[in-house]
Design a binder for this molecule. Structure first.
Ligand code: COA
Length: 163
């Protein structure tokens, strides 16, 4: 049986921290589907198609990784794609409470779905998409923290917004 995992999130935008988690999950699963959530309660800079397209470009060299947008419950999406597990990153103790409650709620909603946590490389422990959006909008160079396509898209987006 093919072991499919879902890696859900907002990905506004995807960063090297997310890619690091994907690489860590690589050997455990036959296929990893990045689930880009349409509605997450966050006001996003990129719309869902833009976020998904950036995920696709950023993982072009990872044949096991596919990208899909989803709406509604993540457990329903996981069921639809036949996922046996959900991948999440745990950056710090502050993530733990939130991640634990999400994992338990998802387990209650779908008893067959377990969450597998990976700890990112220390280089990415402090990283978040919000932080990336903020520093790039103020002109910082963070090439080592984001894929090239994301840097380009952020610069374009902020220059469009200035017009
Ligand atoms: N490297 C860099 N950043 C990371 C990271 C890593 N390894 N792991 C997490 N982050 C950051 C993200 O960039 C994000 O930053 P932001 O808050 O600045 O946007 C933050 O940590 C956490 O976001 P993310 O991992 O994208 O998760 P999320 O909390 O935005 O998304 C969903 C959560 C989409 C998975 C969740 O809301 C969901 O499942 N929604 C569908 C509805 C549903 O089923 N709800 C019930 C769930 S119990």
């Amino acid at each position: 049986m093919k072991r499919i995992a879902v890696y859900p999130g907002t990905f506004d935008p995807i960063t090297n921290g997310h890619i690091d988690i994907l690489r860590k999950a690589f050997d455990m699963f036959d296929e990893i589907i990045i689930g880009v959530a349409k509605v997450t309660g966050k006001k996003t800079l990129f719309n869902v198609s833009e976020r998904a397209e950036l995920c696709r470009k950023a993982t072009e060299d990872m044949p096991k990784v596919k990208v899909q947008e989803f709406d509604g419950l993540v457990v329903e999406f996981a069921k639809k794609i036949g996922a046996v597990a959900m991948v999440r990153g745990l950056r710090a103790i502050s993530d733990f409470e939130y991640e634990l409650s999400q994992a338990l709620m998802n387990k209650k909603l779908s008893n067959k779905l377990d969450t597998v946590f990976f700890v990112p490389d220390y280089k990415y422990l402090y990283l978040s998409s919000t932080m990336i959006r903020q520093v790039v909008s103020l002109g910082a160079d963070v090439k080592d923290l984001i894929p090239d396509c994301v840097e380009k898209a952020l610069i374009e987006k902020f220059s469009e917004e200035e017009k």
